[in-house]
Design a protein around this ligand. Structure first.
Ligand code: SAM
Length: 394
């Protein structure tokens, strides 16, 4: 492909990504993969270049741009070599016209910048939310040990405070390693690993991962429990949950059971767990403001109305979880968001609704105290952004 044709392909894919962000459609990664499947003529160098242009444009534009072309023109305004590819040749991007719309550069939509600022996230912290994330691994001690993995991946660096974690440059291919093949490593952000430790899950306990998804944290809980005890993983998303058991088998985890929940009727299949869990982890559905490093277009999806709906669901899920925790047991509230509405304020509202519960101090390898919990940020802790609170039943 010519550079001009690559630019046009990036514009076309950005149009699809912008539309999906507006209408709640597929993620940028999925749309890019589909776009490449339909463009078999694009070689690996073309794909890398197009993908790079798309993500540079997404990172640059804080507000959802009106078109893919407006987004790439914003990038071209800072990059003369890219501007020169708008040459109108063959399948290439049309020449730049005087006065055509150019997207605004920025970190996030203004309402979201205001919400972050009032949650204590200043401009430097907000800008770091769009940095490129490294590739973090969790060594699965049920199948491997860190020294073994390090021998296979000598470029891996330690992550302070996390003896089972290793850090590699972004884009490192780990799927071909023997450790990956035998279930000895899981790709998991260090922040995710840290907040999972908050529950203090240990061998022999009864633990619920209420919003388990495909089981990233479930597998970390199972490893912390040395595969001893009872671990229930639930979610309302059948597709995600169906990926959990094959992953568990590969990871050598045999203590996990999955149950599919109905939104709004989550407690119905959980009656046998009432008042009995040592730990319930609520890794709640959230705005994902802490994961923009991986999904920068997520900030084009969020609206005040979508955020309000998430906050409502989180509150309901915390109340559901509270009925499952035994006296003296622990509820862990986790969001990969830095908005107080989802984190500190949500935990405070829970405590106000539940007088027999209290926030307990957290001893984590990293984090900054925030509200009744702790916060992790890309700038301060080199992790995705998280809020975590430990809530204990009297
Ligand atoms: C942040 S993700 C969980 C990620 C997962 N724990 C991991 O570590 O990979 C939130 C999950 O909540 C699930 N969810 C949404 N509404 C729910 C509900 N009412 N009950 C339980 N899970 C729900 C979503 O399907 C999604 O998988």
């Amino acid at each position: 492909m010519t550079p001009a044709a690559r630019t046009q392909a990036a514009i076309d894919l950005l149009d699809a990504i912008i539309g999906a962000a507006r209408d709640g459609g597929a993620s940028a990664d999925v749309l890019i993969a589909r776009g490449f499947a339909a463009r078999r003529y694009a070689g690996s160098k073309d794909r890398r270049a197009i993908r790079g242009l798309i993500y540079d444009a997404i990172r640059l534009c804080g507000e959802r741009p009106e078109s893919g072309r407006a987004a790439l023109l914003a990038l071209a305004a800072r990059d003369p070599a890219l501007a020169a590819t708008f040459d109108g040749s063959g399948y290439g991007a049309a020449a730049i016209r005087e006065g055509e719309p150019v997207a605004q550069a920025g970190i996030a939509p203004m309402w979201l910048m205001d919400a972050l600022a009032s949650s204590g996230i200043d401009a430097a912290q907000a800008a770091a939310l769009l940095d490129r994330a490294p590739l973090d691994l969790r060594v699965n001690r049920l199948k491997a040990d860190p020294a073994q993995v390090r021998a296979e991946l000598p470029e891996a660096a330690d992550i302070p405070g996390l003896p089972d974690a290793l850090r590699l440059p972004a884009d490192t291919q780990v799927e071909a390693t023997e450790a990956y093949g035998v279930g000895g490593i899981e790709v998991q952000d260090a922040g995710s690993q840290i907040v999972t430790l908050a529950g203090g899950a240990a061998p022999g306990m009864r633990v619920i991962d209420l919003c388990a998804g495909a089981g990233g944290k479930t597998l970390a809980l199972a490893a912390a429990m040395a595969n001893q005890g009872t671990l229930l993983a639930t979610d309302t998303d059948r597709t995600r949950l169906s990926r959990l058991m094959p992953r568990a088998q590969r990871a050598g985890v045999s203590i996990v059971e999955t149950r599919l929940l109905n939104p709004g009727r989550e407690l119905e299949p959980l009656a046998d767990w009432t008042d009995s869990a040592d730990v319930v982890l609520v890794d709640a559905p959230c705005s994902g403001t802490g994961t923009w490093r991986r999904n920068p277009e997520a900030r084009w999806r969020l609206t005040p109305a979508r955020l309000a709906k998430l906050v409502e669901t989180q509150a309901r899920l915390l109340d559901v979880a509270a009925t499952l925790v035994k006296p003296g047991g622990t509820l862990i509230h986790i969001v990969c968001s830095l908005l107080d509405a989802e984190g500190a304020d949500q935990a405070a509202a829970f405590l106000a609704r539940h007088p027999h519960w209290a926030a307990a101090p957290l001893a984590l390898p990293a984090g900054t105290p925030h509200g009744s919990g702790m916060r992790l940020t890309p700038l301060s802790h080199s992790t995705d952004g998280f809020f975590v609170a430990k809530l204990v039943r009297a």
